[in-house]
Ligand binder design. Structure first.
Ligand code: PMP
Length: 404
């Protein structure tokens, strides 16, 4: 997580010089940080990767592993992913899958495919800030995507046209979103599909955290619901973005898009032009690890991160002052706090770092319109349970002091 970008890119009441001073504090010893939003490296399956790389490089696949390869992605990995997508309700073939350098690259390419300046992109308020970064390069206008109830599609379409474009897609993280940790329930997914039909736009379903469910019932992917209705993935408007970053390794930069074959062909052309293909050796190694370890490894992650989530929620319950509200995620890595109106998350961070040595991400960075000043994101992925309790206690001390 690059704090500099985070603070500098989006409106905050703080000045650049103040932000620079703040950044220095992040390296202090004794800081409890809920800021990262990254997987715990202690949980990476490094032994399995070490074996996989050795196997690939020592065997007769070594030449292929070190060679250029096709832009669509390694066939074995795409076959594993087609089976994986089938297991979560999206039966498909390898022609429906392209491998990308993380799902971040997919966000950029989808922005490029769909958006011209002044087109409308619907995003939740708040949304993943990396998606805003990717889409904004293509100069869209943002419209709020409400996961409870949206305005009539005709009104949304008319405003998009008046702004000089069309609604091109609705982007959301339906499972354990970054930053709120919330999951969109099935009826809302169905309503979003109906809205997308009315607007004749795509749905970009960012499923980066989908495998990390700690309790509750799995909700079918939006693409699964659409496919069940239409019976043909090539007729579907939902584009599923997947990633190994939160399960096996973010450093290998392996993500995928699963969608209608004609859209996949367009993305393959962009891949050819952009970087030819995702690293062959990394794709082959991750295919090996996924084949043998994925389920067991994800089971382990669920148990460790689930316990950390519980520790954070318990600590919030025990320490937070009245007037502070938070989400209770069933998975993922984040809890989202709403502070009393008028409080500013960046100012709370400055105070928290200076006086109690606790860090988090102020929420404003996740809003396309720069609102949400009174929100903050806490990540529970990196902290042992004791540290979690201590960090939340310290944050509560700061909030109580600032609330007086
Ligand atoms: N989408 C969401 C919601 C994310 O949180 C992230 C990573 N923080 C990404 C996409 C990008 O992940 P990657 O490129 O590593 O697959």
């Amino acid at each position: 997580m690059n704090f500099e970008q985070l603070f500098a890119s989006r409106a905050s009441r703080m000045k650049a010089s103040e932000i620079r001073e703040l950044l220095k504090l992040l390296d202090q010893p004794g800081i409890v940080s809920f800021a990262g939003g990254i997987p715990d490296p202690a949980l990476f399956p490094s032994g399995a990767f070490s074996e996989a790389y050795q196997e690939v490089l020592a065997g007769d696949q070594a030449g292929a592993a070190l060679q250029y390869s096709i832009s669509e992605g390694h066939v074995g990995l795409r076959q594993w992913l087609a089976d994986h997508m089938t297991s979560i309700g999206v039966p498909c073939g390898i022609e429906n899958i392209v491998i990308t350098s993380g799902s971040q690259q997919a966000l950029d390419y989808l922005g490029k495919v769909f958006l011209s300046p002044n087109d409308t992109a619907m995003v939740t308020w708040p949304t993943y800030m990396g998606a805003l970064g990717a889409f904004s390069a293509y100069e869209p206008r943002y419209e709020r995507l409400n996961v409870h109830e949206n305005r009539p599609a005709a009104d949304i379409a008319a405003e998009a046209e008046a702004a000089g474009g069309r609604v091109k897609f609705a982007y959301l993280s339906a499972d354990f979103s970054n930053p709120t940790g919330e999951t969109v329930d099935r009826s809302v997914r169905e309503a979003l599909l109906a809205m997308a039909e009315d607007l004749d736009c795509a749905i970009l379903e960012d499923s980066a955290y989908q495998a990390l469910r700690y309790d509750g019932e799995a909700v079918p992917p939006i693409l699964a619901l659409e496919l069940a209705e239409k019976g043909d993935i090539d007729a579907c408007r939902t584009v599923y973005l997947g990633s190994f970053s939160k399960t096996l390794s973010p450093g290998l930069r392996i993500g995928w898009v699963c969608a209608a074959a004609p859209l996949i062909s367009q993305l393959v052309l962009l891949k050819q032009a952009g970087d030819l293909h995702t690293g062959t050796l990394n794709q082959m190694a991750i295919a090996k690890v996924a084949e043998t370890q994925f389920e067991d490894h994800v089971t382990k992650l669920r148990s460790v991160y689930g316990a950390r989530r519980d520790a954070m929620l318990d600590a919030l319950e025990a320490h937070m002052p009245e007037g502070v509200d938070w989400t209770r995620p069933e998975g993922g890595m984040f809890v989202w706090l709403t502070l009393p109106k008028g409080m500013d998350g960046a100012e709370v961070l400055a105070e928290a770092l200076k006086t109690e040595k606790v860090a988090f991400v102020p929420g404003r960075a996740f809003f396309a319109d720069g609102s949400g000043g009174n929100t903050i994101r806490l990540s529970f992925s990196m902290n042992a349970e004791d540290e979690m309790r201590e960090g939340v206690r310290r944050l509560a001390v700061v909030l109580r002091r600032m609330l007086v």
